[in-house]
Design a protein around this ligand. Structure first.
Ligand SMILES: Cc1cc2nc3c(=O)[nH]c(=O)nc-3n(C[C@H](O)[C@H](O)[C@H](O)COP(=O)(O)O)c2cc1C
Length: 378
């Protein structure tokens, strides 16, 4: 099966299935000399970990990411970094009834038709669990980005049509470390009537979903600050094109806006253009409708993205489907599932963005002769 690798210089391959012994990744192309330890991976792994609160599947996994190679005495060696995450709480028996049936909204039918067989346990390779490996790889990329003063933070910003205020998260111009740590979780203590009321509305919505055996869609907002001008290339390696590929490679992602995004189709040019101005002799934009990308290259402004997730496809409400043997049947799915995918996927969005940006930084080094001269002659 092709397609398990991502990136050109900062290149990641993920491996493993939801109910195999382990999953993980190999990160190739990370520069030597970057201070890196398992401790650096822990905060992001914890944000994706299942079994936390009402917005997450009850499957309990420690999600300890072990670094097996590529680090010596606390620094990367420039060799492939292999990271392993063991599956410790897979209850494969829960999936026996799905062996001979295609789940609506899942990869099952297409996978079985294409490859001729399928690991039905927890979605196999197509499971959201695969994203644990991406988050580990993205955490390495984040360490590199932080080193260069780039801050990348994503958070759950809506459940269904209920908007969740930014509060401590990164929709403001500067993403702080606290924002990075809080991103992805639903804010609980907030100013009067803001996130607290959003939380109550989300709780009521979820209670209703549970009662109806249903699920609901969600939105994740990503903000990146501290980017230099010029990441990405103007044709096939546009930064927005690569971000779009990265985001759409995450299961259940159905849409994406960068800056004004699709809304730009409703605007006049005079409304959508960002005027250039001089601030202390430096070129800046007066507004940021572009979302931080012009002509496929970062424009030095905040990179701002919205990623839209469909409702969790596994629902307990009865659905019509077909068996692998070609008979119509009804299916109710009572396993352990995320009621709202965006809650745990926010950190996956952040990880994928970090991978794209780390790769773009390394690719951009060869953009000008003087860059090469700096590296090889000085
Ligand atoms: C972090 C994450 C967790 C997910 N958890 C679940 C889940 O618990 N139950 C489920 O049915 N789908 C879950 N999904 C979504 C499915 O993996 C996805 O919808 C399915 O593979 C079909 O792919 P598609 O929606 O991209 O077409 C999750 C996705 C992600 C990114």
């Amino acid at each position: 099966m092709a397609g398990s690798s991502f990136g050109t210089i900062f290149r990641v391959t993920t491996f493993g299935e939801s109910h195999g012994p382990a999953l993980g990744c190999i990160v190739d192309g990370c520069p030597a000399g970057l201070p890196l330890s398992e401790e650096d991976l822990r905060p992001m792994m914890a944000r994706r970990r299942p079994g936390q609160g009402a917005l997450s599947t009850p499957r309990k996994e420690a999600d300890e990411a072990r670094i097996l190679s590529g680090v010596f005495e606390g620094k990367t060696t420039g060799t492939p970094i292999c990271i392993l995450i063991e599956n410790t709480n897979a209850r494969s028996g829960d999936y026996d009834h799905l062996r001979e049936v295609y789940r609506p909204g899942h990869a099952d039918y297409c996978f079985a038709t294409k490859y001729g067989l399928r690991d039905h346990r927890g979605g196999g390779r197509s499971s959201g669990r695969e994203t644990a490996a991406r988050v580990a790889a993205g955490a390495v990329a984040q360490v590199l980005l932080k080193r260069l003063g780039i801050r990348c933070a994503a958070r759950l910003s809506a459940v269904g049509n209920i908007a969740i205020p930014a509060e401590t998260t990164a929709e403001s111009a500067t993403a702080t470390d606290a924002a990075v740590e809080n991103a992805g979780s639903l804010p609980v203590t907030t100013a009067e009537g803001s996130a607290a009321s959003a939380e109550a509305a989300v709780a009521a919505l979820l209670a209703n979903c549970r009662k109806e055996g249903d699920s609901i869609g969600s939105t994740v907002t990503l903000s990146v600050t501290g980017l230099p001008v010029g990441l990405g290339d103007p044709v096939f390696e546009k930064l927005d094109a690569n971000l779009a590929k990265a985001m759409f490679s995450i299961g259940a992602v159905k849409g994406l806006d960068i800056g004004e995004g699709r809304r730009a189709a409703l605007l006049y040019g005079s409304e959508n253009n960002d005027a250039f101005v001089l601030e202390n002799g430096q070129v800046k934009k007066a507004t940021n409708h572009s979302g931080g990308i012009l002509g496929g290259m970062s424009d030095g402004d905040e990179l701002s993205l919205k990623v839209y997730f469909k409702p969790t496809p596994s629902i307990s409400r009865a659905q019509r489907t077909v068996t692998t043997g070609g008979k119509e049947t009804e299916l109710s799915i009572h396993g352990r599932h995320d009621p709202v995918i965006g809650a745990r996927a926010a950190v996956v969005v952040e990880a994928m963005a970090a991978l794209v940006l780390a790769d773009a930084l390394l690719l951009g080094m060869g953009a000008k002769l003087e860059n090469l001269e700096k590296i090889y002659r000085e």
